[in-house]
Design a protein around this ligand. Sequence first.
Ligand code: ZN
Length: 294
Amino acid sequence: MGYWFRIGDFELLVVSDGVIRQDAGATFGLVPRVMWEKYVPDIDEKYRLPVGLNSLFIRGGGKTVLVDTGCGDKSRSAPGAMDIEHTGTLLENLRAEGVAPEDVDLVINSHLHFDHCGGNTVVDDGKLRPAFPRARYVIQKGEWEAATHPNDRTRGTYLAENIEPLDEAGQVDLVEGDTEVVPGVRMVRAPGHTDDHVVVEVESGGDYALYIGELSQHPVQLERLAWISAFDTMPLVSLETKKRFVEKAIEKNATIVSVHHEYPGVGRVRLDDGKRKWEEISNGSAGNENGAAL
Ligand SMILES: [Zn+2]
């Protein structure tokens, strides 16, 4: 299962690692249930909503880049009441689209919470090893520090099994701040969810795509900017960051890829009578002049 589209000279593929279920109250933070519940028709008996795990594969300029790796399939427990039973499909879905693990040159993690880097490593013969044997794993230095020195709040989400084997294999490249990993593909600082959280921009031939990481977990959060998840460590910083990127996305008519929206989570934010409106462009009839489906 893969959703392909094009940005200038790049081919992009949104590929799923599955779906988790997460407490809806935590997703909407300070926003009271009476305000958010109409946007969440598929809440379950434990008050959880489905959360996508959409990774982005980028091919162009002689390189391949994979952004985020989902939860992976190593562990079947997760913090709180999250359901991660239905995850771990990334490698299989990449293979179905003709991409083998050894084809990946660079892996970027938007941050190192378990639902973004769980597929960084696999268990092979009882041992942990990098899932992408040839890849350089490009990670923000500050995020690496936070993940390798978790505090009492972050301990449950920064799991050594997802990052230590990369270091042991010598496959980690730590970077600081905005970094162009391939000409036209940039990791850009987007603090708020964590201090060193990044988004990924792809720009080519006048087209622009934005992988938004944790700036949104549900489409309404791109329309109502003050609706911010309780998982964000610095909500007021998140608000400023989100404002900046949503304004840029509107101005540049960005194709937005959202990791946590329902698969494939590809759409745009448009202004409709001055109001921000999320428009899914990936349901069936995808494709247009800017971000045409292949
Ligand atoms: Zn996440």
